[in-house]
Design a protein around this ligand. Structure first.
Ligand SMILES: Cc1cc2nc3c(=O)[nH]c(=O)nc-3n(C[C@H](O)[C@H](O)[C@H](O)COP(=O)(O)O)c2cc1C
Ligand code: SF4
Length: 124
């Protein structure tokens, strides 16, 4: 799912308050997996799941349960660009998780460069 689909409130249940669209469902891990799975049943092209897939275990579960053909990570990779490398190197326990506080989003919505509130934690 993309920003464009986030603007489809009837489809995925976003909340619209006085013309302001919030990204409220984004707090749930894997919040778009079910709808992705439904889409996958109807089409004959690869379908990617996206939306707060912030642990390797969740990513693996989505694939092994055939809910999507692949997963796409946006904020989890922004929080920790080494997300995949750490899995490969058996250091998944060192992944810096996206905490969904949307500091990055607030920055970009004000036309500022995005920063992640979790970056310092990678140095610990
Ligand atoms: C700071 C920020 C900027 C984003 N910019 C775009 C964008 O320009 N176009 C788009 O389709 N989605 C954009 N997204 C949505 C992401 O691509 C992604 O669908 C969403 O963040 C949920 O996935 P995630 O939990 O892996 O981040 C943006 C998300 C964030 C947090
Ligand atoms: S700023 Fe917050 S929501 Fe954005 S990537 Fe970092 S932890 Fe995730």
């Amino acid at each position: 799912m993309t920003f464009e689909t986030l603007f489809s409130p009837l489809k995925i249940g976003n909340f619209i308050l006085k013309n302001r669209i919030t990204l409220a469902p984004m707090f749930l891990c894997g919040y778009q997996v079910d709808i992705t799975s439904e889409i996958k049943k109807e089409v004959r092209i690869p379908v990617f799941a996206n939306g707060r897939i912030n642990t390797p275990d969740l990513a693996e579960e989505i694939i092994t349960k055939n809910k999507a053909d692949a997963v796409a990570l946006a904020r989890p990779l922004f929080a920790d660009p080494e997300f995949v490398q750490k899995i490969i190197e058996n250091r998944a326990d060192r992944i810096v998780k996206c905490m969904n506080d949307m500091v990055c989003g607030k920055q970009t919505m004000q036309d500022m460069d995005a920063v992640c509130s979790q970056w310092k934690k990678g140095d610990e």
